[in-house]
Design a protein around this ligand. Structure first.
Ligand code: DHB
Ligand code: FE
Length: 284
């Protein structure tokens, strides 16, 4: 059987991708950000996952106001890094896992979650920046990736509760896949930030710290936080954090297993307009 062995949580700031691609990681502004991922890069190499199930949000790149899937699973054999206005990032193409993705779609849809099945999708910074942070500059990503896009851009967006419950269904799906795969689930986006309007530049360290604490120790309670609290406390783009609840809902303790081990925790302000948060939880 396949197993979810760990979950990874990280912000996805596009300027981080640019800093990497333009070789600015050692500059004083960026150095502390990348330092927070040194441990993680080695950890990922040691863990050797077979597949990464990567929960992210598209930023009007693959989708637009013409079509807004709430949850979209990438079932293609590969996904091309998107051109977000400055040309595509010089990063490897993303190799998918169509067989496991199709299995998860089957199981999760039969569990009453409506997923959109996507057989062709370009992937933007929401997916490539987390991969870059965790892998550094590489010729190929270390394993196949199943992109799972969540609408957190155009209201109405899914609740934290629904995301958390979806995570449970994803774990069930993975654990019913008949191959001994080491699967990681990543929740990305966040932390507090607002890119627009009078409150542009908002960052709330107190909220972010609370979110990290409760994501570890009280995910069930955290799942009950309504949208309005994210928007008020974490800014309009802070709502990206609900995606972390999908990954957290897929951890074993939620289904009655042991508490996960906190392998790594990192928080830094600023990176572009956002607070950068990062966590690694291992199943026991
Ligand atoms: C920034 C952050 C984001 O999450 C995003 O999608 C785009 C821009 C920023 O900090 O500039
Ligand atoms: Fe974003």
């Amino acid at each position: 059987m396949a197993r979810i062995t760990a979950s990874v949580y990280t912000s996805h700031v596009p300027a981080i991708g640019a800093a990497l691609d333009l070789h600015k990681t050692a500059e004083p502004y960026w150095q502390p950000v990348f330092k927070g991922y040194e441990f993680s890069k080695q950890w990922l190499k040691d863990q050797k996952p077979d597949v990464i199930f990567l929960v992210f949000n598209d930023h009007a790149t693959a989708f637009s106001l013409e079509m807004i899937p709430t949850f979209a699973i990438g079932t293609a054999a590969e996904f091309t890094p998107a051109d977000e206005g400055w040309g595509p990032r010089p990063v490897p193409k993303v190799i998918g896992h169509p067989k496991l993705a199709a299995h998860i779609a089957q199981s999760v849809i039969q569990d009453d979650f409506d997923l959109t099945i996507v057989n062709k999708m370009d992937v933007d910074h929401g997916l490539t920046v987390p991969l870059s942070l965790m892998c550094g500059e590489v010729q190929a990503w270390p394993c196949p990736v199943i992109p799972f896009a969540v609408n957190v851009v155009q209201y109405p967006v899914p609740s934290g509760r629904r995301c958390f419950n979806l995570g449970k269904a994803i774990r069930k799906a993975v654990e019913s896949y008949d191959e001994p795969l080491n699967v990681q689930i990543w929740g990305t986006g966040g932390m507090s930030h607002q890119l627009q309007g009078p409150r542009a530049g908002l960052i709330n360290k107190e909220f972010d710290t609370m979110f990290l604490d409760r994501l570890i120790a009280d995910p069930e309670g955290l799942a009950g936080v309504p949208h309005i609290d994210y928007v008020r406390e974490a800014g309009s783009e802070g709502i990206e954090l609900v995606m972390w609840l999908i990954a957290r809902g897929a951890m074993s303790d939620v289904g009655g297993g042991n508490k996960p081990t906190v392998r790594h925790r990192f928080y830094h302000v600023p990176a572009s307009n956002t607070a950068v948060g990062h966590l690694i939880l291992e199943n026991n």
